[in-house]
Design a protein around this ligand. Structure first.
Ligand code: HEM
Length: 238
C-alpha cells in the first residue's frame, strides 16, 4: 500500500516503530510506560522551542505574542502533569517488571527536562531588560500592577511557568511514592524522596517569589524566618 500524505507528513512509520513490539515487551504495561515518557519528551521539546522564541519576542517588545506563547507552554505543562495520571493505572508489581528493562537509566537523564532546567532561568535577562527599558523595578510593578498591566501580565506568565514546572515535579514525586515508595534508592542509587524533594526547591525566577514577601512587608506584615512561630517540633529549623 502506498503511503498516504498523512503518513508521509507525520512520519508515522518511524514514529510507531519507536516503541518495543508487543512480543518484546517485558510485561503488558511496558508499552504505556514507554509511550508516556516518549510523549513527555516531545512536549518538552515543544516547550523549549516556544521559550526560545519568547526570549526574542520580549527583546523586541512584542509582548502580546510572547504572552500567547507563555499560554501555550502553560497548556503543555498541564498536559505533562495530567498524563502522569495515566501511570497511576500501573501497579507497583507491574512497574518492577518494567524496571528490569531500564538498566541504570532514569528520569534524571531526560534531555527535555534537563534542557528546560537550563533554559527556564535564561528568560529572566530579557524580561529584566524590558523592565529597565520601561524604567520600572520589579517591586514597583508589583506594588501597583495597574500602572503597567502588560509588564505585570508577563511577570505573571513567568511566575506561572515556574510554578507549573514545580507542580509537575511535585506530582511526579507523588507518582514515585505511589509506585515504588519514597524511602527507596532510585536506579541511580540516590534516596528517591529526598532527591526529588530537593528539586522542588528549585526556582527559575527567585526574584518573583521574593517580591511577594516584599509586597507583604510593604503592607506592614513582618517578614522573616523569626516572624511567626511554627507549631511543629523543630519547625524553626526548616
Ligand atoms: C512509574 C513511574 C515513574 C517512576 C517510578 C519514576 C521514578 C523516578 C525516580 C525514583 C526518580 C529520582 C531519582 C533518579 O532519577 O534516579 C525520577 C526522576 C525523574 N523522573 Fe521519573 N519516574 C516515573 C515516571 C516518570 C515520567 C512519566 C516522567 C516524565 C514525564 C519522569 C521524569 C522524571 C524526571 C524529569 C526526573 C528528574 C526529576 C528531578 O530532578 O526533579 N518520570 N523518577
Amino acid at each position: 500500500m502506498p503511503k498516504t500524505d498523512y503518513e508521509k507528513y507525520l512520519n508515522t512509520d518511524t514514529l510507531l516503530s519507536l516503541q518495543k513490539p508487543a512480543d518484546a515487551l517485558a510485561c503488558h504495561d511496558e508499552l504505556q510506560f514507554q509511550i508516556v515518557h516518549q510523549v513527555a519528551e516531545l512536549w518538552m521539546k515543544l516547550i523549549l522551542h516556544e521559550l526560545a522564541h519568547v526570549k526574542t519576542l520580549v527583546a523586541k517588545d512584542r509582548l502580546i505574542e510572547a504572552h500567547v506563547l507563555f499560554t501555550r507552554c502553560s497548556q503543555i505543562l498541564n498536559l505533562l502533569s495530567d498524563q502522569l495520571r495515566v501511570l497511576n493505572t500501573m501497579s507497583p508489581s507491574e512497574y518492577h517488571k518494567v524496571r528490569t528493562q531500564l538498566g541504570r537509566g532514569s528520569g534524571q537523564e531526560s534531555p527535555g527536562f534537563n534542557r528546560i532546567l537550563e533554559a527556564g532561568p535564561t528568560l529572566w535577562a530579557p524580561y529584566k531588560a524590558l523592565l529597565d527599558r520601561r524604567k520600572v523595578s520589579i517591586e514597583e510593578l508589583h506594588d501597583d500592577p495597574e500602572k503597567h498591566p502588560e509588564l505585570f501580565l508577563l511577570a505573571e506568565d513567568l511566575f506561572g511557568l515556574d510554578e507549573q514546572f514545580i507542580n509537575f515535579r511535585y506530582l511526579h514525586l507523588q507518582l514515585v511514592k505511589r509506585i515504588i515508595g519514597g524511602d527507596v534508592p532510585s536506579l541511580k542509587g540516590v534516596h528517591a524522596e529526598k532527591y526529588l524533594m530537593h528539586g522542588l526547591a528549585n526556582q527559575f525566577f527567585p526574584e518573583l517569589w521574593a517580591v511577594r514577601n516584599e509586597i507583604s512587608r510593604r503592607r506592614g506584615i513582618p517578614v522573616g524566618a523569626k516572624s511567626g512561630l511554627c507549631p511543629y517540633p523543630h519547625g524553626d529549623q526548616h
